[in-house]
Write a protein that binds this ligand. Structure first.
Ligand code: CA
Length: 351
């Protein structure tokens, strides 16, 4: 008997033919017995509950204010404020507004914004208009609550002498003294989805307690690639030289060969302070393939920014990007050893 062997049993070909025929016949033979029409409503998830009715300050001052927002949905959103005065000349000459990307989680929360007026500004009465813009969905957010690292971080490597811990809503990363200029001292990475959008923004609030080598880094999605130690590219917070002279932030690149050490490109900013909060951002755009590195002060002002062609940074395409994380390593065996606190990370992408 001709047939297909499945274990000890042989299924005859005529039976397979019959099964196939009945399957095809079944698909074609459906009959619509009723049609339903259902209205679908997509609702605005965000609502402004409270905002200041008036702002009053003197020239040379800064004023902080809260906008209370309610998110009725079950997912997070990113929000930006767009500020406009009805006197644009006055705005351009004398006024600066905060420029922040806010994460709005489900429920009610205060978003803090600010404006400053230059000391030489004349007195005036103007009207401020704020447009609230709901942006990219938030792909991933971690505030590092609790006392251990979330399992979302699916690649963690700590060499002897290094340390990674979570407390007080912070992720603490201490580099191992053993791995001089090798990026395997202390590393925390998250591998996630294949890219489906056309832009990706990574935003991290961090504080450096002891400068040596620390990177916010982006890599492709394959975990096994860490065997060859090839972080893709990143924003590097480091001491400028040996011995330590200044604290800088730089771009690490190397077409997939960046080891964190020698392939560091120029300084973006050279006056970083110990124990001060900064936000590091990497914005990656698919077409054209551009990567924008930014460093912001804690009030949201940009202190350094650089845009680089993706193909000058890495051999990977936008679609290859699949992981993001932190890496601390050591430049001198005698120290100081990098010691960084990370308050939060937010990854947003376009739909
Ligand atoms: Ca936190």
């Amino acid at each position: 008997m001709k047939g297909i062997a499945v274990g000890k049993h042989v299924i005859p070909l005529w039976l397979i033919g019959l099964l196939l025929l009945s399957g095809i016949g079944g698909t074609l033979g459906y009959y619509i017995f009723q049609t339903l029409t259902i209205p679908v409503e997509v609702k605005e998830p965000l609502e402004i509950l409270q905002y200041p009715s008036q702002l009053s300050l003197y020239a040379g001052e800064r004023i902080d204010f809260n906008v209370t927002v309610k998110n009725s949905a079950s997912v997070n959103y990113s929000v930006i404020f767009d500020f406009k005065l009805n006197n644009s000349t006055y705005q351009n000459n004398y006024v600066t507004f905060s420029d922040e990307l806010y994460l709005v989680t489900p429920g009610q929360q205060n978003l803090t914004a600010w404006l400053t007026v230059k000391p030489d500004a004349p007195p005036t009465n103007v009207i401020l208009t704020i447009e609230f813009k709901r942006g990219f969905p938030v792909l991933f957010y971690d505030d590092f609550n609790g006392d251990s690292l979330s399992s979302d971080w699916n690649y963690v490597h700590i060499a002897a002498g290094g340390n990674i811990s979570v407390s007080s809503s912070l992720l603490h990363i201490v580099a191992s003294p053993l791995f001089q200029d090798e990026p395997m001292s202390a590393m925390v990475m998250r591998h996630w989805l294949t890219q489906i959008g056309d832009a990706l923004n990574i935003s991290v609030r961090l504080r450096v307690n002891a400068f040596d080598r620390f990177a916010l880094q982006v890599d492709h999605g394959k975990v096994e690639a860490y065997d060859d130690q090839v972080p893709m590219f990143g924003l590097v917070f480091r001491s400028a030289g040996t011995p330590t002279s200044a604290y800088i932030v730089a771009v690490g690149a190397g077409h997939g060969e960046w080891g964190g050490g020698p392939e560091i490109e120029g300084s973006l900013y050279s006056n970083l302070q110990i124990s001060q909060w900064y936000t590091g951002e990497i914005f990656i755009q698919k077409t054209p393939y551009l990567v924008t590195f930014s460093v912001k002060n804690d009030d949201g002002t940009i202190i350094a920014q650089q845009q680089i062609n993706g193909s000058d940074l890495t051999a990977f395409t936008f679609n290859d990007i699949g992981s993001i994380g932190f890496n601390a390593w050591t430049s001198q065996v005698s120290g100081p050893y990098g010691n960084v606190d990370i308050d939060s990370i937010q990854i947003t992408k376009s739909a």
